[in-house]
Structure formats: structure tokens, C-alpha cells
Design a protein around this ligand. Sequence first.
Ligand SMILES: *Cc1c(COP(=O)(O)O)cnc(C)c1O
Length: 469
Amino acid sequence: MTQFAADRYLSTRGDDTPTDFAGALLRGMAPDGGLYMPGRWPTLPADVARPGRTYGQIATDVLVPYLGDALPPAALERSLAKLVAGFDDPAVTPLVQLSDDLWMLELWHGPTAAFKDLAMQLAAALSEEALAASGERLTLVTATSGDTGAAAVNAFADKANIRLIVLHPLDRVSPVQRRQMTTVPADNVLNLAVEGDFDDCQRLVKGLLAEESLRDGARFSSVNSINWARLAGQIPYYVSAVMQLRAVGEDRAPHFVVPTGNFGDAFAGVAAQKSGLPVAGFTAAVNRNDALARAINDGLYERRPAVETASVSMDVQAPSNFERLIFEASGRDAVATRALFETFAAEGRVEIPAVILSAVRAQVAAVSVDEATTRAEIADAWEAYGRVVCPHTAVALSAARRLESQDAPVVALSTAHAAKFGGDVSSVLGFDPEPCPVIRDLGDRPERLTVVEGTPEAVLAAVKGFMAG
Ligand SMILES: *Cc1c(COP(=O)(O)O)cnc(C)c1O
């Protein structure tokens, strides 16, 4: 097998035409339908988590090996400075202690109050840098059920040589999420409110991505969580968590509990561990959409219709980054990975081979948390720790508290500010969560959105009008 460097990207489905970081960033998905992976895992510097280091310093150490020489030398520094400036906490991702061995890593101090900001702000800044270096333009299309669109609009607004088109289901995102997308006065962003549901939006995006008449010389891609750059942008906060534990004298390797949808957040943790970060283990906590938990616990990966839950950003039944986990667990066997996901695509279910399954289980455990338990956890977190948490965070906290005592500090990732999901939270606690500044600041600024019929023709016409204008 060819040996690759960390800054050369290969596909989980076998295409090993060397691609650099900029290629993986601007393309999103590999041409053979697989996901990009670094040629090998870089090794973190020995002192990467030494107490006192800033988020920017940690992120630089983490990301330099992945970027290689794909971008101008100062590009990463500029991009990280922009990222950090958008966060309202000096630690960027502060770690708070809830009890002796339970901690919470707050990932929502950025401009749209959810963890997607961490990766999206960085991906947007790096995309702008990559396009400036190559002289290309980029058109991005994405469907959203809320958080991704909000983070993307904020991150890509007014970025040079980039257009962003976001489709959300009309009246089916929360008012806060909608206003986060529609009150940004950026001429390079088109918000389409589609008469239909999220699945309709996804289908329409697929149609747009295949639409030849929209190719006007710009690169054409999507901003979803399979993009390697987004994943890489989530690795630094795992290192930061270990650094913050050490800063208070806790030197044991932590166990991370990650509220999981597409498994992008959790896989970034796996990447950190592969690069040498001391981690005791990972638990992926899912809601009632439990395909991932069933795959890991029962060995059968099976698609079922997604159901609506309070942790709506985790309502995923075919987690896209599961493919990266399988690729690693199979010893980077692209043939086995391709076979498994082609079977899954064709038949909606696939048995995970025993050898791969045991490697998956050695890497990550999974639990499913139902709606009643999620609500009970929102109440418990308030009662026991005085913390108002969002439903996604509650799923993680519930799973964290169920872990058998394991002589390791347990770190639950907190992925959104409670005020973003105020209705769900107040229906449990009886009061509204304290609004955070970035939500309050939305005020009653005018909204920019175009309502369209959920048909390919109507959406195409709206997109063409935008691109011509
Ligand atoms: C997207 C999201 C998640 C799930 O993250 P994945 O990387 O898709 O597993 C969890 N919580 C919140 C608030 C999110 O927006």
C-alpha cells in the first residue's frame, strides 16, 4: 500500500489520486462518492495540551500538519484569528465542572450559539483564502433543518468569490434559527424557504448539484459535515478540554460523551486520539433516531424513517461520518468500506462484519436517549448543577451520568445555547432560558428570504435569478 502524508487526502472508497487540503475543502466529497481522509494521522506535539496555551495556539498545532503547503503560510493564522474573534469567551470552548468527575465542554460561545460555528467559521475563512490563491469562484448549496444554515450564512456572508444558497423548510425551523439566516444583510447569500419538509429540501439540493445549466465556471459544492475541513476544525476543542483539565490538576485521560447526529463531532474526537491525545474512551449519545447505536450495539446498520425529537439537530438516521469510522475500523480497507456502504445504499441495511464491529466497539460506545429521559435530564441539570441546558446537551449529560464509574473524568459536550431551543427548555423548567447576546442582537432586523414552491422548476428559477443578479 502506498504511504501518504497527513496533508494528502484519499477517499474512503479507494480513489487515492493525491488531493491536497484545498482540494478536499473546495470539493467536499471525493469524486468516487467516498469521504476524504488524511493519508495518515499526524502526531500532536508533546506539549500541545500544556496548561496556559490559547485556543489559537492549540488549533495551529492541530491543523498545520493537515494543511501542509496547500495554502499561503499566513492563511491559517488569519483564519484562526477571525474564528477566535467571533467567540465571546477567552477560552473559546470553556470547560465547566458539574460534579467531582463530570464536566461540560461549552461549544456554543460563537456567533450563532451552536457548535457548528467552530468548524464553519474556519472552513469559510480557509475557503476564501484558497480561492484567493487559485483565482477560482465557489458556489455552495445546502439544505438545513436549522443550525447548519445559520452557521453557514453567518460564516460565508460577504466572503469574496463565494455564493451561498440555503434551502430551509418553510415554517419548520425555529424563529431564532430562521432569523439567524435571514437577517444577515449579505448579497452573496440566498435564503430559500421551501414549501415542503427537510427531506424535500435535501432532494432539491441534490437536483441543484447535478444541474448542468448552473455551471458558470465556478466550483460547485455543498457545506455539509462530511467536508474534511469542517471535521478538522473540530479537533482542537478536544485538545483544549484536556488542557483545561490539566490546568486544574486533573491529569487523568477523560472519557468524552458526544451528542451525535452525523457523527462529525465525535469523529473529530477520534482523530484527536489517533494523533496521540490521551482519551479514555468515547460515547456517542443519540436520540430516538438510533441507527448508529443499533449498528454499534447490534451489528446491524439499518435505515429507518427519521422521527422528530427535541434535539432536532440530531434527527439523523444515516450518519454520514459513520463511513469514516468504518474505514478506520477496517484498517483503512476501502474495498470493504465501499462494499458495506453500497449495500446499505441499495438495501437500507447491512450486517457489519465481526472483525470491523469489534474494532468499532473498541473505539466508541453508543447509547440512545429517549424524549422523556431528555426532558428529565433538562430538569435534573437545573436542579443538581444550576445549569440550563439545550436538549442536545441533555442527551449527552444523560448518557454521561449513566456511565459506570470508570476512574476517568467524564466530559459531556454541550453543543448549543439553551436559548436556541427556548420552547423545549421552558416547557420543562417553567421559565425561559436567559437569552444570549447573539440571539438578542437579532432584534427585529429585516429578513431576507424567498418563499418557493417545493418543485425543482421553481427552485431552479429562483437560483438562476439570484446567480444572474
Ligand atoms: C449538528 C448538531 C449536533 C450533531 O453533531 P454531528 O456532528 O452531526 O454528530 C449536535 N448538537 C447540535 C446543537 C448540533 O447543531
